[in-house]
Design a protein around this ligand. Structure first.
Ligand SMILES: C[S@@+](CC[C@H](N)C(=O)[O-])C[C@H]1O[C@@H](n2cnc3c(N)ncnc32)[C@H](O)[C@@H]1O
Length: 281
């Protein structure tokens, strides 16, 4: 499979970290539940799904560790892309690594945990992910939920993109391009902008408790100009791939937005994300 470009994951990491500050109440709620269902000295198993090069796992480790005093935390990273997982292993050498597609998760993770930190006791497993649900299919979501239900665990799935973005100043073409991008993200059977919502709905149908919150990126030129320009250029490339007829409109719009991001008049871009906390304990 093709993974995300490592330099893109590197570039977005500070913006993801800032956005996930808004996810802290859900992380605290997950930690509270894990403390309630384990005793001091017990092992809590945390598995970051779609770990990429390890940026999201590093964030979870930084913020979760102080919330779980007196617990041993066994960290594991799962991804379907071997080169990314290799880089993640260098950044996080004490974590277990599992090369697996999400659809194979229930069997593959069960086997991996048996061989490494051991099968987690009910209530002591936390599955995490960040910026992943949009690239999954319904079958992948079902595989994640099967894993969660079998282990009576928790799931904390952050930064799932939605179809909404807001640019200030607004432009009449913003909505049309957002819609074309949303359509592009649904290639194959991918859930795209519906990933977070689908995970929440599928979990509710299984009787799993669900909480959601929001964690938008808030980007401001001029300080974030370079990232805004790259982000918008990549969106426009995706739009044109999905709808070649939009090439001219998209190129003109990108020219305007690039000038605004690089100039003094300012450009603010908010990119909406949904966070989902699941409790299958
Ligand atoms: C946008 S990256 C996010 C990486 C990391 N969570 C972060 O925040 O930096 C999405 C990751 O999900 C992985 N991925 C996508 N679809 C997958 C699938 N079906 N099975 C396993 N991994 C998958 C990709 O290889 C990629 O590393």
């Amino acid at each position: 499979m093709t993974g995300a470009a490592p330099d893109w994951l590197e570039a977005r990491a500070p913006f993801d970290d800032a956005a996930r500050e808004q996810s802290l109440p859900l992380l605290e709620s997950a930690a509270h539940t894990l403390l309630e269902s384990t005793d001091p000295g017990d092992t809590v198993t945390v598995v970051d799904l779609g770990a990429g090069t390890g940026k999201s796992a590093a964030w979870f480790r930084r913020h979760l560790t102080p919330l779980l005093p007196d617990r041993q935390i066994a960290w594991h990273l799962v991804d379907g892309h071997a080169p990314s997982l290799e880089l993640a292993g260098e950044a996080f050498p004490d974590a277990g690594r599992l090369l697996s597609m999400m659809s194979d998760l229930p069997a593959a993770l069960g086997e991996h945990l048996e061989e490494t930190s051991g099968r987690p006791a009910p209530g002591s497993l936390l599955l995490t992910c960040s910026a992943v649900l949009d690239v999954l299919t319904q079958a992948d979501v079902d595989a994640v939920l099967d894993t969660l239900t079998r282990c009576r665990g928790l799931g904390l799935f952050l930064l799932s993109i939605t179809e909404h973005w807001h640019l200030d100043p607004a432009d009449p073409r913003d909505e049309q391009l957002a819609q074309a991008f949303t359509d592009h993200q649904r290639w194959g059977d991918k859930l795209g902008a519906h990933g977070g919502q689908t995970m929440a709905q599928s979990a509710r149908q299984r009787g799993i408790t669900v909480e959601t919150s929001e964690s938008p990126w808030r980007l401001h030129a001029p300080q974030d100009a370079e990232f805004i320009q790259r982000f918008l250029a990549e969106r426009v490339a995706a739009v044109v791939e999905a709808e070649p007829d939009l090439q001219r409109v998209a190129a003109d719009w990108l020219g305007l937005r690039t000038r605004q991001a690089g100039g003094d008049e300012g450009l603010a871009v908010t990119v909406d994300h949904v966070d989902v906390l699941l409790n299958a304990r």
